[in-house]
Design a protein around this ligand. Structure first.
Ligand code: NAD
Ligand code: UGA
Length: 492
């Protein structure tokens, strides 16, 4: 049953009654009741892929705090307040169900939410700018800047403002200036607390983070604010994993972490191209080098390239910042990471065309997966979407399957000719000429490929864009098999 997000909907939970604080005499009645019920009032502006799971985990782990999420997107808030959450994340439903209405609330009432909060996380979107100066590279800070002015407008008491969004280095300086543009009272302390969760494993990453990074201004009040933020995480994260840096290092570390992760993927994908020319096997190469503890084995899976809403945008933002500082060689270095990613997708499509006798016009292709990775319904910057667009340019007919991303796929491909959407991959396989596996969903590893093969046109082609499947077995079934970075297995 849908819940309503009453702002002053205080609960009488014995676990939280004991956390009442003193010093509440000068507050209005609403604030006074909230202060009595909850030790801290935490607000997050932006109830998306980061804000939603992060606040749900804080609320779940800290029943002594009141946690509220506010968003301008009414539909998103309606779904957060329903049984049909707006994002799919394994384990998130149970956490939201446990905390919602107890100490976790979702609302669209920005002004009241800001007024009643002590700590405000800002987790709004910071996409790549699509217009004007820096178009295609710089971060579009309009949503972030609007929240700064909203916080200023609706604040009547001191607040800690936490940058959760990924932002260009030195953004906190602008935030401080906006917030103090009307004077020093109320007082705002700005902290940087970038988020490192990955979609599909968000809950796990939040419960057991490799590290929690908090950056603050090097002032007495900056460090006091940092103490308060660290105390929230210390409810479930070991103190040794909570690290404090100067605020600029924290901001920059987030961009650099994503750039390094993406760089590893481009590095192995560049090697996959060489493997295809030399009969080396990219998975064997990755395994061999990954056993070197200095290299490590993670993020060395070759495929159709990285996607998701952040890797490309954050690297391009890093490139833009470097160029602004006159560091063109550094910018060029990071830009190549994105170029190799695009090259990998072009290579994959070119290979499909050439192996299918240099034409795919009018041919049906079963596409397995549209999400940018497994265990998410998110299709933002999905490599699968890029590949599909190029196949459509060649006039292929696509039959799209995905266990969680069909809703987003339909939105993304609205009005596009040549695509149909299917829940059942076997039904979708009827008379297709090829299968293209584009997202690494476990359920696609477990398909009955003999059944798929039986329904297809012959010769049957299978392009495994994630090196997910048992290629030898597929070959034995009768497929012509094309992995990434490995020799193809062609029927005679
Ligand atoms: P998102 O688009 O899913 O969510 C952002 C939300 O902010 C939207 O629902 C939007 O309506 C809302 N919003 C925008 N302006 C607002 C305003 N003025 N008031 C209230 N709500 C407003 O984005 P996301 O994926 O959650 O990413 C948010 C930030 O976190 C980005 O900077 C991103 O780079 C960073 N980040 C994302 C991930 C991830 O896995 N998606 C991981 C780490 C960091
Ligand atoms: C990534 C980072 O892993 C997070 O730490 C970061 O917080 C987040 O970006 C962000 O800032 O948004 P996410 O994009 O959710 O998380 O997912 P990843 O697991 O990093 O995968 C990104 C892309 O790389 C996916 O398309 C995935 O399929 C691809 N990938 C990943 C590979 O092709 N090979 C690999 O070895 C690993």
């Amino acid at each position: 049953m849908p819940l309503t997000a009453g702002h002053l909907g205080v609960v009488h939970d014995p676990e939280v009654e004991g956390t009442a604080r003193s010093g509440i005499c000068c507050l209005n009645e609403g604030d006074r009741r909230l202060k009595m019920e909850f030790e801290k009032r935490i607000l997050c502006i932006g109830a998306g892929y980061v804000g939603g799971p992060t606040m749900a985990v804080i609320a779940d782990k800290c029943p002594q705090y009141r946690v509220e999420l506010v968003d301008i997107n009414e539909e998103r808030i309606r779904r957060w307040n329903s049984e049909d959450l707006p994002i799919y994340e394994p384990g998130l439903d149970e956490i939201v169900r446990r905390a919602r209405g107890r100490n976790l609330f979702f609302t669209t009432e920005v002004a009241t939410a800001i007024e009643h909060s002590d700590i405000i996380f800002v987790s709004v979107n910071t996409p790549t700018k699509a217009f004007g100066q820096g178009a295609g590279q710089a971060a579009d800070l309009q949503y972030w800047e609007k929240t700064a002015y909203q916080i200023l407008k609706h604040s009547h008491s001191d607040k800690i403002v936490v940058e959760k969004s990924t932002l260009p280095v030195r953004t906190a300086e602008a935030m401080q200036r906006i917030l103090h543009s009307r004077g020093t009272s109320p007082r705002f302390d700005v902290l940087s607390n970038p988020e490192f969760l990955a979609e599909g494993t968000a809950v796990e990453n939040l419960l057991q983070p490799d590290r929690v990074l908090v950056g603050c201004m090097n002032t007495e009040s900056g460090h006091k604010a940092c103490d308060q933020l660290e105390a929230i995480y210390a409810n479930w994260v070991d103190r040794s994993r909570i690290i404090r840096t100067n605020i600029w290092s924290a901001e920059l570390s987030k961009l650099v972490a994503n750039a390094f992760l993406a760089q590893r993927i481009s590095a192995i994908n560049s090697i996959s191209a060489l493997c295809e020319k030399t009969e080396a096997d990219v998975d064997e190469v990755a395994h061999s080098i990954g056993l070197d503890s200095r290299i490590g084995k993670k993020f060395l899976k070759a495929g159709i390239g990285f996607g998701g809403s952040c890797f490309k945008k954050d690297i391009l933002n890093l490139v833009y910042i470097c160029r602004q500082h006159g560091l063109d060689e550094v910018a060029d270095f990071w830009e190549r990471v994105v170029e190799i990613n695009e090259y990998q997708q072009s290579r994959f499509v070119a290979n499909m065309i050439s192996e299918m006798f240099n034409t795919i016009a009018g041919k049906s292709i079963l596409v397995l997966g549209f999400a940018f990775k497994a265990d998410t319904g998110d299709t933002r910057e999905s490599p699968a979407a890029q590949v599909c667009r190029r196949l459509l340019e060649e006039h292929a007919q696509l039959r799209l399957c995905d266990p969680k991303a069909l809703e987003n796929a339909r939105k993304e491909l609205i009005g596009v000719q040549g695509v149909s959407f299917h829940e059942d991959p076997y039904e979708a396989a009827e008379n297709v000429h090829a299968v293209a596996l584009l997202t690494d969903w476990q359920c696609y590893r477990e398909l009955d490929y003999a059944k798929v093969f039986d329904r297809m046109e012959k010769p049957a082609f299978l392009f495994d864009g994630r090196n997910l499947l048992d290629h030898r077995r597929l070959f034995e079934i009768g497929f012509n098999v094309y992995p990434v970075g490995k020799s193809p297995l062609r029927q005679l």
